[in-house]
Ligand binder design. Structure first.
Ligand SMILES: [Zn+2]
Length: 209
């Protein structure tokens, strides 16, 4: 009997350049030293019943699972078809263009998070519609969901998270100033759906991502 080949990871197993399967990113592992249940030291290694090595507490056996967090974002679109982007006021990607978004809170739905983050970062009230895409970013341990969202009301309101807020015609997306590859993918996929006559240029290497 021949061994089954490992299953394919699928088409969305992508990240900036790092491969899948690398375990906990070092920056995240560096913050996971002690057991959240008993305060004992966490050790990385084989754990009975687990398919991969895990961080576990030698004292009480608690396993510290490390999973990605969900970042909820919107691509706000005006009635005349322009896309709202903001120039980020905070790191990572300060000074570069991205869509509004942030971490999903534990006490809200995904749609609520999209509305809240968009309002906080732009001053616009949106109505989330179709999901444009869902993107893995392994090095940041996040999964980014992007909703297309109709701008219902509100006015641009610069704030600490947005140095500048602007509406771009699909022909005028600031491709060379995009902060994250996940933003690039989301705008590319949105454009492909809404304006198939236009196409996104290749990801410009040399940005902050
Ligand atoms: Zn413990």
């Amino acid at each position: 009997m021949t061994a089954e080949p490992a299953p394919d990871r699928g088409s969305d197993a992508r990240s900036t350049d790092i491969p899948s399967g690398g375990g906990v990113p070092p920056w995240l592992g560096a913050m996971l030293n002690f057991c959240s249940r008993c305060g004992g030291e966490l050790e990385f290694g084989t754990v009975p019943g687990e398919e991969r090595e895990r961080l576990a507490c030698a004292a009480c056996g608690h396993i510290a699972y490390v999973n990605p967090r969900l970042v909820v974002t919107t691509l706000p679109v005006t009635d005349d078809g322009r896309l709202i982007l903001l120039r980020r006021g905070i790191e990572p990607g300060r000074g570069w263009w991205a869509q509004p978004g942030g971490f999903l809170e534990v006490d809200e739905t995904v749609g609520e998070a999209g509305i809240r983050e968009t309002y906080e970062e732009t001053g616009l009230v949106v109505e989330p519609g179709q999901i444009v895409g869902l993107y893995s970013r392994l090095e940041a341990a996040v999964v980014v969901i992007a909703f297309e969202a109709r701008v219902v009301r509100g006015q641009f309101r610069p704030n600490p998270e947005a140095l500048e807020i602007s509406a771009f015609a699909p022909e005028a997306i600031p491709w060379s100033g995009i902060a994250f590859k996940t933003t690039y993918w989301a705008i590319r996929d949105w454009l492909h759906r809404r304006r198939p006559d236009l196409s996104a240029p290749a990801w410009p290497e040399g940005g902050p991502d």
